[in-house]
Design a protein around this ligand. Structure first.
Ligand code: BES
Ligand code: MN
Ligand code: ZN
Length: 492
């Protein structure tokens, strides 16, 4: 999509669908009056008839029948813009994109009334438009026949194309493709999105973005003593992969960040088999890995002055004659032993190897993302990720980024006293807790492998996969965390 910024008056804008954002209670403002005059008074009449108030999300569509250079005008309620959060603009972007598509409009303009105060919201509107344009229809015989919006113009009488605005719009255009890449990787069925497929995608991302990539196959996994990943993979015919991508800035890096993503391409539960209903969506279990790959793709283009390494341990979790058994013990490279009491608590087993690999390289920060526990979904639902951290400053920074991107995080505690719950009678620790506070038990398990490095863990089991369409998210893979992590890295 082509994004333009133009200085133009409301009645001069020529586009298929002209969107005029309207704060609540401003139905009689100067803009509406100008439009109304051009349209011969039908606008005010229509506003009165449908009782349009400008409440957030409310909209009113009119055809201009040649009375204006734009074919259609959409009045769009934005509520109280002073109190509006970034989500207001992102949702607006999603809604108007859908309306444009519905109306067959291939060009869309967003009117910017008072340049100075409204400018900050423009990149967010663009983000909503781009995010909502996504659909996964590769396997549909009948595609959505409606064309996508090709041009987006921000126009207003006082709008200036400043370097800051251009840069912000550019960052959005580079970030959203990373989100959509993650969505694709998640939405592909597990028969396609296998560990070797993820590795091939990572290599391609590296090639395109001039990143370094390293892929470990089973032989090399053995040599590297990735015993958790191998233990989970041993029940599957699909070979495991350990994916590593490195972005190195030119010049001295300000910080070194390690990103770790769970790449469980299908979670059947292994011998601790899941019931059929719970398995239906378990292709989602590589969402953390997909997010890390998406972030790496974006960073290759945004080029922060920060070194970032992405680690994705990738495998299936399958039941078979070669699968790991409840009661088996894994010995990790750092000497720690883990009793596997539940083969379905596999995420933490493969993440442990990745965290050890990350710690080896002495990063300033480690952030992992994983669809780790059903317990986190019970606690926070489908829209909020659990955030755990051993470092308050890091947690605060991430919470702020999550608020700004509309990817909400809620901090949960690493309760020291609950460490007793993961003690094993035969090994150092076990991979299940007491049954209570399952998300915390899983996070405490991970903490055993990060040493003293400032670390944050996102349990994205809820928000990684949408159960229904939202304003700018479609049912299925969300790419949750890509925008938050990009924002975080860019803020360092
Ligand atoms: N991948 C699942 C967690 C999950 C559940 C993700 C629902 C998305 C939606 C994870 O591997 C798992 O099975 N966790 C178990 C852990 C338990 C056995 C300790 C769970 O949450 O039931
Ligand atoms: Mn599982
Ligand atoms: Zn899992």
């Amino acid at each position: 999509m082509d994004i333009r910024v133009q200085q133009q008056s409301l009645t001069a804008i020529a586009t298929d669908l002209l969107v005029v954002p309207l704060p609540q209670g401003e139905q009689m403002g100067a803009n509406v009056q100008a439009l109304d005059a051009a349209l011969g008074g039908v606008l005010q009449a229509q506003i009165a008839r449908v009782k349009f108030t400008g409440k957030e999300g409310e909209s009113l569509l009119l055809h201009t029948y040649g009375r204006l250079p734009s074919a259609m005008v959409l009045l769009f309620g934005v509520g109280n813009p002073v109190r509006a959060e970034s989500e207001t603009w992102r949702r607006a972007g999603g809604k108007i994109q859908k309306e444009a598509r519905h109306q067959g409009a291939s060009s869309l303009a967003w009117f910017v009334d008072n340049a100075s105060e409204a400018v900050a919201s423009l990149p967010i509107v663009a983000e909503g438009i781009l995010l909502s344009s996504y659909g996964f229809d590769r396997y549909k015989s009948e595609k959505n026949g409606k064309l996508a919006v090709k041009t987006l113009t921000f126009a207003g009488p006082e709008l200036r194309k400043t370097p800051a605005l251009t840069a912000a719009l550019d960052a959005v255009s580079k970030t959203v493709p990373g989100v959509l890449l993650a969505r694709d990787l998640i939405n592909e069925p597990a028969s396609v999105s296998t560990p070797s497929y993820l590795a091939a995608q990572a290599v391609q991302i590296a090639r395109q973005g001039k990143l370094k990539s390293e892929i470990l196959k089973p032989q090399q996994l053995k040599a590297a003593k990735m015993s958790g990943l191998l233990a989970v993979a041993q029940g599957s015919i699909e070979e495991a992969r350990f994916i590593k991508l490195l972005y190195k800035p030119s010049g001295k890096a300000k910080k070194k960040v390690a990103l770790v993503g769970k790449g469980l391409t299908f979670d059947s539960g292994g011998l601790s088999l899941k019931p059929p209903k719970s398995m239906e969506t378990m292709k989602l279990d590589m969402s953390g890995g997909a997010t890390v790959l998406g972030v790496m793709q974006v960073l290759a283009q945004l080029k922060p002055q920060v070194q970032v390494t992405g680690y994705v341990p990738a495998t299936e979790n399958m039941p078979s004659g070669t699968a790991q058994r409840p009661g088996d013990i894994i010995r990790y490279r750092n000497g720690k032993t883990v009793e596997v009491l539940n083969a379905d608590a596999e995420g933490r087993l493969i993440l442990a190897d990745a965290l050890l690999a990350a710690v080896d390289e002495k990063p300033d920060v480690i952030i992992d993302l994983a669809t780790l526990t059903g317990a986190c979904v019970v606690a926070l639902g489908g829209q909020i990720a659990g955030l755990f951290s051993n470092n308050d400053e890091l947690a605060e920074a991430l919470l702020r980024c999550g608020r700004e991107t509309g990817e909400p995080l809620w901090r949960l505690p690493l309760v020291k006293e609950y460490k007793d719950d993961i003690k094993s009678s035969v090994a150092d620790i076990k991979n299940t807790g007491s049954g209570n506070a399952g998300a915390i038990a899983a996070a405490l398990f991970l903490q055993e492998f990060v040493g003293g490095v400032p670390w944050a863990h996102f349990d994205i089991a809820g928000p990684a996969f949408a159960e229904k369409d939202g304003p700018y998210i479609s049912k299925g893979g969300v790419g949750f965390g890509v925008r938050t992590l990009v924002r975080y890295v860019m803020s360092l």
